[in-house]
Design a protein around this ligand. Structure first.
Ligand code: HGY
Ligand code: MN
Ligand code: MN
Length: 416
């Protein structure tokens, strides 16, 4: 019993054609036109499989394959379908398509399990709309409450609540849809590694031990907007130069003063009024800090706050620092890890146990259910880029490992 590489390829190619930036990678933000089109495609595939489909108030899709076992907790699979701007074909989507394929293969082979199988598509995992990751899974896990959606705004200043309402979601009901412990026996997410370890070591499979935690801060610096030509240097209150000083200092701290796995990134910056002959009035940027140890994150966060205060006072700038998103470092379930490992050994797959430098929705479910993750290689470790690539042969191997793991977890003799 194996997955079908042609169906996997067909689904991934069909979905990746739906992008706001053709020929420049995948751009599919949650709640947008492309997201709607992909949802329609996948919901049709799920309906054809006879799955019971529910869409919650923030747009998470839960599709259940029930076979005289509806009173039992589900074995869950899934990931996300939204992307970063000009992102890759495989980030998130691979976990959704392989989950769909696992259900197809189980139905075709009339596999009977003691537990229902559930495919979850998490909404707004990338945070491309509102600047904070894993929004859908933070609501499904009950981490975020409804009022938070009026705090979160997109670049046009529209609240997340309104964006979701306009998308046709029953947002007000979201707090009644939190995943309960008794609903889930395990969650297994398949995802591309988004790093270069597996590809460089020529390994087809990664079994994830831990997922990094992260904190995202939004720093806002306000100076005096003025003429670029007639304003002497000594009279300036320039927030762009202040931002540059803080951003380069963040790199230094992450490299030299934190822990070996600590990373800090500034990838999003806004400058007002953004004219080449105008000294900016305001500059805003996000600082994304991650590590598998919380201490690494705290070191960089403290230095960010202290440095911002020092630079703002020195340059006569007003400033604010807001924590706009965070998630804990999580260790994954030893029971699910060993289930994945047993199947990999049975199938004679070479594999490596490793940590994840990217965050994933499954990280939000570790307090509710037993969570495991399967990685497949990213060629040259590239991700969040149009050059992101993974061999379909590796995706098929990962899918067969996911299938074997779900069957192992779904047999009652394997208490978990
Ligand atoms: O940012 C991340 O790690 C994930 O790709 N959203
Ligand atoms: Mn992802
Ligand atoms: Mn991503």
């Amino acid at each position: 019993m194996e997955s079908c590489i042609e169906r996997i390829k067909n689904d991934i190619e069909n979905v990746t054609k739906i992008t706001a930036t053709p020929n420049m990678g995948c751009t599919r933000f949650s709640y947008g036109k492309e997201d709607k089109e992909v949802r329609e495609y996948l919901i049709k595939e799920m309906e054809d499989l006879g799955l019971f489909i529910k869409i919650d108030g923030v747009g998470n899709i839960r599709a259940k394959y029930i076979d005289n076992n509806e009173d039992k907790p589900s074995i869950m699979m899934g990931s996300h379908i939204d992307t970063v701007a000009n992102g890759g074909k495989f980030d998130g989507l691979t976990g959704v398509i392989t989950g769909l394929e696992v259900i197809r293969v189980m139905k075709e082979n009339n596999v009977k399990l003691d537990n229902p199988i559930e495919l979850i598509i998490f909404a707004e995992e990338e945070g491309s709309n509102f600047g904070t990751t894993m929004v859908g899974s933070k609501f499904l896990s009950g981490t975020y409450k409804l009022k938070y959606l009026n705090k979160l705004k997109n670049d046009d200043g529209v609240t997340a609540y309104q964006v979701m309402k306009d998308f046709g979601l029953d947002v007000d009901n979201v707090e009644n849809e939190v995943l309960k412990k008794e609903e889930s026996k395990a969650m297994v997410e398949l995802h591309i590694e988004q790093g270069g370890i597996l590809h460089s070591e020529n390994l087809p499979i990664g079994i994830v031990k831990a997922i990094v935690g992260m904190k995202t801060y939004k720093v806002s610096l306000e100076g005096v907007s003025n003429h670029a030509g007639s304003t002497p240097m000594y009279l300036r209150k320039d927030p762009m130069v202040g931002a540059a000083e803080i951003i380069t200092y963040m790199e230094k701290v992450a490299k030299e003063n934190a822990l070996k796995d600590t990373v800090a990134t500034v990838g999003k910056i806004h400058c007002q009024p953004n004219g080449s002959n105008v000294i900016p009035g305001q500059v805003e940027f996000n600082v994304d800090i991650r590590d598998v140890e919380i201490e690494g994150i705290e070191i960089v966060a403290k230095e960010l706050i202290d440095k911002t205060k020092e630079v703002a006072e020195k340059r006569g700038l007003k400033y604010s620092i807001d924590l706009v998103g965070e998630s804990d470092c999580v260790k994954l379930s030893p029971k699910v890890i060993s289930a994945i490992e047993e199947v990999a050994i049975e199938k004679k797959y070479a594999y490596k146990k490793m940590n994840s430098g990217a965050v994933h929705d499954s990280a939000m479910l570790t307090e509710i259910t037993d969570v495991g993750m399967i990685f497949v290689p990213s060629i040259d470790g590239l991700s969040h880029s149009p050059q992101e690539d993974t061999k379909f042969e590796d995706i098929k191997l990962g899918c067969d490992l996911l299938l074997g793991t779900v069957i192992k977890l779904g047999k009652s003799n394997l208490m978990i």
